[in-house]
Design a protein around this ligand. Structure first.
Ligand code: HXC
Length: 510
């Protein structure tokens, strides 16, 4: 018996060594942790239970029958984050460069199937040279099996991808179909074809980092949601994100004990809006002052800064926030901000996370580039996402809500549940200056007359009361009381029931 137990111990020790000490040292030399070390940071101490440690590939070509490493380049299983269960896989770059073989894929598929069956998220730590070259189509088939499961799991359980090394070719499409992608700065990259192929096909000369590094994907392409300085920081941020999310679509968003009172008044909000309508202010400040303990987990912070999206807690429960940011492009809606917010809203709706919308929007960004780029279709994504969402929706207009953007930003008409406005709100078809120039074009030469017309228009429309008279705004609230009013509104919506017409699925303008 002792001998048998010792043999098991030895097998485990061998498996844990992955591709061997030399390759582990090389991994560390690049500033990267190993697959198992990463799981130790991600999961609660001692909570990881590994499956399929002894799985090996079945390839024989290119001498692979003599090159067998237990585990086959991916560590899989489950563990807990602050006591809540998650399934995980962590690719081991020390074993065949973390490349995906048929059996490597089967290991990932097994934990994805268990996650869907048992209603728990999947977190994938990606660090891989792509399809195992020695296996050919068997590896490609393995990828497709993973892709199919990503789609089946979408909307059923949260899926989080952490890109911690290379991800190239079709391999990028598994992370791309998950809900969130976090990257590690300087050591991770994602692209469909690498710099060499790019050079051959388009003659463009570009580095790995420029083409698919964390900066590119968080700022330019928006493929990734956030990037952090190193493995440890990134994994700790994944833990933070996880804490905001429900375990599955059948679960409620987590409620945690917080050290904050709902009645907390924020008198500084009463002086936040500048006297001039053209002066910006930081909407992030409003979010931080509404949120429990001032905690705001921002998603896509470095992309489309004219809209802010992310998670806060109110009364301990997760709330998704979508907010125009007057500091960037005056907070107007454009292609990128529409796409960014639409995707976030759909995530919240899929996982029963209520949505708070803070509005200060002068309209859609005008311009040839926007029209040619399809602002009609992309703006429609945001409108569609808001109108489709049946989770509790509370809206606060802080200043401008002009034109179509008023309708889009969770107005009463597209079924926001509770709509508030600050007394500084201006709800109109457009700003007073623009309106006057159209209505009184013939008087444009007379400065005094135009100034009077503008003042008249402002007096009539640059306020929340015309909308409040019609019940489009449920109440005009004091800025300092926003946290209390919003939190109480969400309390009333806890048991909201919404009926949607029978359908297979809607057809969001993709
Ligand atoms: C098998 C691989 C591998 C792969 C790397 N290795 N990629 N083995 N299949 N795809 C092995 C190497 O042989 C090496 O083995 C070890 O992993 C580490 O690789 P290095 O090249 O030494 O590391 P590094 O210099 O850091 O470069 C990493 C890399 C490079 C940039 C990822 O290895 C590379 O370009 N690999 C090929 C990438 C690729 O073209 N993959 C196919 C993409 S297409 P030893 O024994 O020396 O340690 C694809 C299609 C998916 O994935 C389609 C889905 C639909």
């Amino acid at each position: 018996m002792q001998k048998i137990i010792a043999a098991l111990d030895q097998r485990r020790t061998d498996a844990r060594l992955g591709g061997g000490q030399k390759r582990i040292d090389a991994q560390h030399g690049k500033g990267k942790l190993t697959a198992r070390e990463r799981l130790e940071v991600l999961l609660d101490p001692g909570s990881f239970e590994e499956y399929d440690m002894f799985v090996t590939h079945r390839a024989v070509d290119f001498g692979m029958n003599e090159n067998i490493i237990p585990g086959d380049g991916v560590v899989t299983g489950w563990g807990t984050i602050n006591g809540r269960i998650t399934y995980v896989f962590s690719q081991d770059f020390t074993v065949f460069g973390g490349s995906l073989s048929e059996t490597h894929a089967q290991k990932i598929c097994k934990i994805m199937d268990l996650a869907v069956q048992n209603g728990a998220p999947v977190i994938g730590l990606n660090d891989s040279g792509g399809a195992r070259i020695q296996e050919g189509v068997a590896a490609l088939g393995g990828y497709a099996e993973v892709f199919w499961r990503n789609v089946q799991a979408s909307g059923a359980i949260p899926q989080i991808s952490v890109v911690m090394g290379p991800t190239a070719g079709g391999a990028v499409y598994s992370p791309a179909m998950t809900d969130f992608i976090y990257m590690v700065k300087d050591t991770s990259y994602m692209y469909v074809t690498g710099p060499d192929v790019v050079k051959t096909v388009t003659s463009e000369i570009v580095t790995h980092e420029e083409l698919g590094g964390a900066s590119t994907h968080t700022k330019v392409s928006s493929v990734a949601d956030a990037a952090f300085d190193n493995d440890i920081e990134t994994l700790l941020e994944v833990r933070r994100l996880f804490d905001f999310l429900p375990l599955s679509a059948a679960d409620k968003p987590p409620a945690v004990a917080v050290n904050d009172t709902i009645d907390r008044a924020e008198s500084s909000l009463d002086t936040l809006i500048p006297d001039s309508a053209n002066k910006p202010y930081d909407m992030r400040e409003v979010i931080l002052k509404i949120a429990d303990e001032g905690d705001f987990l921002e998603i896509q912070k470095d992309h489309a800064g004219n809209i802010l999206v992310g998670f806060i807690r109110l009364n301990g429960s997760t709330v998704g926030v979508v907010a125009n940011q007057p500091l960037v492009l005056a907070g107007c809606l454009d292609i990128n901000s529409s796409k960014k917010a639409a995707r976030f809203i759909r995530f919240c709706d899929a996982f029963s996370i209520p949505i708070l919308t803070l509005v200060d929007v002068p309209g859609f960004l005008p311009g040839v580039a926007q029209e040619y780029g399809g602002i009609i279709k992309h703006g429609a994504k945001l409108l569609f996402a808001y109108a489709e969402a049946t989770v509790p929706k509370v809206t606060v207009i802080t200043r401008k809500a002009y034109g179509g953007a008023y309708d889009v930003m969770a107005s009463k008409h597209i079924r926001a549940d509770v709509n508030y406005a600050w007394p500084t709100a201006e709800i109109a078809v457009m700003g007073a200056k623009g309106a006057t120039e159209i209505l009184y074009r013939s008087e444009l030469g007379d400065k005094d007359k135009i100034a009077k017309r503008t003042a008249d228009y402002e007096a009539r429309f640059a306020n929340p009361f015309v909308a409040a008279e019609r019940g489009f705004i449920d109440d005009v609230i004091m800025p300092h009381g926003t946290r209390r009013r919003v939190a109480r509104a969400f309390e009333t919506l806890k048991n909201k029931k919404a009926v949607i017409p029978l359908k297979k699925h809607g057809n969001i303008p993709l």
